[in-house]
Design a protein around this ligand. Sequence first.
Ligand code: FMN
Length: 156
Amino acid sequence: MKVAIVYTSITGNTEEAAEIINKNMKNYTGNCYLYKVEHFPFSDLESFDVILIGTYTWGNGDIPIEMVRLYRAFETSTTKEIVTGVFGTGDQCYPYFCGAVDEFRDMLYVHSNLAATLKIELLPQLLDESRMKRFIKVVFERVQNKNNDLVVPFRV
Ligand SMILES: Cc1cc2nc3c(=O)[nH]c(=O)nc-3n(C[C@H](O)[C@H](O)[C@H](O)COP(=O)(O)O)c2cc1C
């Protein structure tokens, strides 16, 4: 099984979350690759069984510009089989907390086998680590039970 974590981060919050998720992923697979989105091999997208997407939110609940290519790649992908999860960091001071996670969620629900979403307030804290572990667990439960894709994505 081939897994990718693809993320973007400016000030490091989402990067920290991606690294914690990557570290915990070792309990499930030794075949997990961590990519900043600009280094993701887009032509190999469909070779991954699982893709976890990490994004901060910009503007007024928007997807960061550098994530638009990934968003479009899923939209135009010929397969809906990839098991996905989307996590993000945001700031509750903004009216649309982690809006980019919701944007990805709505698209991935249609164009992939979306298992879970996770929103984190700014820099991940100790308490968030258990939420991240749960996020990974839910994703891998979906991998084991792939045909169960009519289940509503789990919001961790
Ligand atoms: C100009 C600007 C707009 C933002 N808009 C939102 C927003 O609409 N919703 C939200 O939850 N967070 C928003 N944020 C907060 C960031 O998403 C948050 O700080 C995030 O953790 C940054 O992630 P990073 O450290 O990985 O770059 C905004 C931040 C800036 C600077």
